[in-house]
Design a protein around this ligand. Structure first.
Ligand code: UTP
Length: 313
């Protein structure tokens, strides 16, 4: 039961504006970096140890209190919906065998959250994928979590971003310092300090800047908590870099309007563990690292890995 202090906290939060309760997971990209594995399987369904990448992302959203999840899907994405649905035959077979452990694990993915799906007919970019969520979101702030970007559950980020959004009533991006030679792979932010060690104000954004043209080494990573006004900017955004409608371009527009209601962009600087499972090398690192740290697999995996590395040198 809620205590009096919980209620006061809730009242204070309500006074700041609507609560963030909805998350959008864009998962309609073509995944070309991972072909041919992603020819008929979405990259978000690639297993990281023994769970598909997207399940980690859904669990992260739920841990931050978001239980209404809209997945933007596309061609070949049917398995995403099946994963979060009931699997009657599988359940019956496990029940008959008395395998309660596995039964609990497959049931978990179907009761995690309220899952909704919208198809992005034509993958016209991340900005276009987010715009597909406009009707579902309405006039509420919402989170966007990229389905191939994993944040280690021991380094929570989304809760902090939601707090910053509530206090600023603006939009919030996650930023991470990257080596200067890697900035051209990301959206990059120009920033100024706010007085809080992990929060900056974003004054401008560039998508995949050329080497030497990046305004900082702060890269935008796959977590956002956005004001719904972002949809107004996305509707006006022309295709940008790569012929795609870029979310970065709409955020650049919001950043320029930081004195108007719903305008402005802040960045939470993340210093924890993150894995980009859409990139082959990062994916392999994520699988090895997470397997080594698991209580069930870790001891055997570490022993084997030590021997394997020793043999290589
Ligand atoms: P990426 O930039 O990783 O693109 O998209 P991609 O097409 O999926 O992968 P590569 O680069 O060809 O290998 C970032 C996120 O935005 C989603 C992707 O599914 C991914 O989660 N996305 C991208 C969409 O939902 N729709 C799009 O049109 C583009």
């Amino acid at each position: 039961m809620a205590t009096a202090s919980d209620l006061t906290e809730l009242q204070q939060r309500r006074a700041l504006g609507p609560l963030v309760t909805k998350a959008v997971i864009p998962a309609a990209g073509l995944g070309t970096r991972f072909l041919p594995a992603t020819k008929a399987t979405p990259k978000e369904m690639l297993p990281v140890v023994d769970k598909p990448a997207i399940q980690y992302v859904v669990e992260e959203a739920v841990s931050a209190g978001l239980d209404d999840i809209l997945v933007i899907t596309g061609r070949n994405k049917r398995s995403l919906e099946d994963h979060f649905d009931r699997a009657w035959e599988l359940e019956a077979a496990l029940e008959a065998k008395g395998d309660t452990h596995r039964l609990a694990r497959i049931r978990k993915s179907q009761v995690l959250a309220d899952m909704y799906y919208v198809r992005q007919g034509d993958p016209r970019g991340l900005g276009h994928a987010v715009l597909c969520a406009a009707n579902h979101i309405g006039s509420n702030p919402f989170a966007v979590l990229l389905g191939d970007d994993l944040i280690d559950e021991r380094d929570p980020l989304l809760g902090r971003m939601i707090d910053v959004q509530r206090h600023t009533q603006a939009s919030v991006v996650a930023l991470m310092e990257v080596p200067p030679e890697q900035v051209h792979l990301y959206g990059c932010a120009a920033v100024e300090p706010t007085g809080q060690h992990d929060v900056v104000r974003v004054t401008g954004m560039v998508e995949k800047p050329d080497v030497g043209e990046a305004p900082s080494n702060l890269a935008v990573i796959g977590r956002y908590v956005l004001h719904w006004r972002v949809f107004d900017f996305l509707r006006e955004t022309e295709p940008g870099r790569g012929g795609e409608i870029q979310l970065t371009d709409a955020l650049q527009g919001l950043a320029q309007q930081h004195r108007t209601p719903g305008g402005g962009v802040y960045g939470v600087v993340f210093r924890g563990r993150r894995y980009d499972t859409g990139d082959r090398l990062d994916y392999l690192k994520a699988v090895v690292q997470l397997a080594c740290e698991r209580a069930d697999l870790g001891p055997d995996m570490r022993t084997w890995l030590r021997g394997y590395v020793a043999d290589m040198t």
